[in-house]
Design a protein around this ligand. Structure first.
Ligand SMILES: Nc1ncnc2c1ncn2[C@@H]1O[C@H](COP(=O)(O)OP(=O)(O)O)[C@@H](O)[C@H]1O
Ligand SMILES: [Mg+2]
Length: 287
């Protein structure tokens, strides 16, 4: 099965790395660029993206705002007698959500999927269907082990992490079955303005890891307190101008620029003039 919509998956085995926050910002960012967007929350138990969306609907209704929102589906992991059965039900639900989003009257151009931190069948399946996979990671040496095991003294890459191996497997089977590729973007999150040395060291190491395991690096998001307040209101940095009690601070303006940089990194369709080719999306839309 291939979808016509471009699928963007947020994935990382670690919770708290910024998947749900980034999913919301990417979804609203794409809508603001004129695309129709659907969102799927596969981490329905935690439900951060679903709650983010609910906060938005409430805030928009309370303040009578005309803010755009995606069509949103939360999918909870099935309960069944056997794992096989459970996986089958999970698969059916995900494919149903794809079909629903693609066949709806205002069928979508992009589907943004938030995944749980732990490894579940649904999470892995979403990785298989990703055209773009975005992995946010906190900016520390500890968090690098999400991607690879690194020798602490020589800084040599010893082995891929379990997550990186899972991504490789999904990439291989996707390519074998459909001839399509998964564009993997790793994004550093919560970058501190202090500790420039640490930031540079991790950056250099990440470049090596990126080459070895074939992902691209995006510039990333700084550490910003504004994200918490935005979550509670269901707002994003891209709505700030229309938010009745907004504070247009320097920090918010820089943060908004970082979100736009990520959208630009995803591909040329999202912001005009970006030189990089995004094959799967283009191919599908030429057909
Ligand atoms: N760049 C950032 N600066 C400050 N706080 C952030 C940033 N990114 C995420 N957070 C906060 O960190 C927490 C976890 O983020 P979340 O997006 O829910 O992560 P995940 O979905 O990976 O578990 C949330 O409270 C969120 O507001
Ligand atoms: Mg989350």
């Amino acid at each position: 099965m291939t979808t016509k919509a471009h699928i963007i998956v947020l994935g990382n085995v670690k919770g708290g790395s910024g998947k749900s926050t980034t999913a919301m910002h990417v979804a609203i960012g794409l809508i603001r660029l004129g695309y129709r967007v659907g969102t799927i929350d596969l981490d329905a138990r935690q439900g951060s993206l679903t709650r983010y969306m609910a906060n938005r609907f409430e805030y928009v209704a309370r303040h009578k705002l005309a803010l755009p929102s995606p069509i949103h589906f939360p999918i909870e992991q099935a309960k069944a007698a056997t794992t096989d059965e459970q996986n089958q039900i999970d698969r059916n639900f995900l494919l149903m959500a794809f079909a629903e989003l693609e066949n709806a009257p205002g069928k979508v151009d992009f589907i943004v999927i938030d995944t749980p931190g732990a490894e579940t069948f649904l999470g892995q399946l979403a990785h298989y269907y990703a055209d773009t996979l975005i992995t946010p990671m906190n900016d520390s040496f500890v968090d690098l082990d999400v991607l690879a095991r690194i020798d602490p003294t020589s800084f040599e890459i010893i082995a891929p992490s379990i997550y990186t191996r899972m991504v490789s497997e999904q990439r291989e089977s996707r390519y074998a079955q459909t001839g399509e590729t998964i564009d993997w973007i790793v994004m550093r999150n919560r970058l501190s303005s202090l500790d420039a040395r640490n930031k540079r060291d991790i950056g250099e190491l990440l470049e090596k890891v990126a080459q070895k395991f074939d992902f691209r690096l995006s510039a990333g998001f700084g550490e910003r307190v504004v994200f918490r307040e935005l979550f509670l209101k269901g707002m994003t940095l891209l709505d700030i101008k229309e938010d009745p009690d907004h504070k247009m601070t320097i920090s918010a303006i820089s943060a908004r620029q970082e979100v736009r940089d990520l959208l630009r990194c995803i591909g040329p369709e999202t912001i005009k003039g970006y030189p990089q080719k995004m094959t799967s999306y283009q191919d599908r839309h030429q057909a």
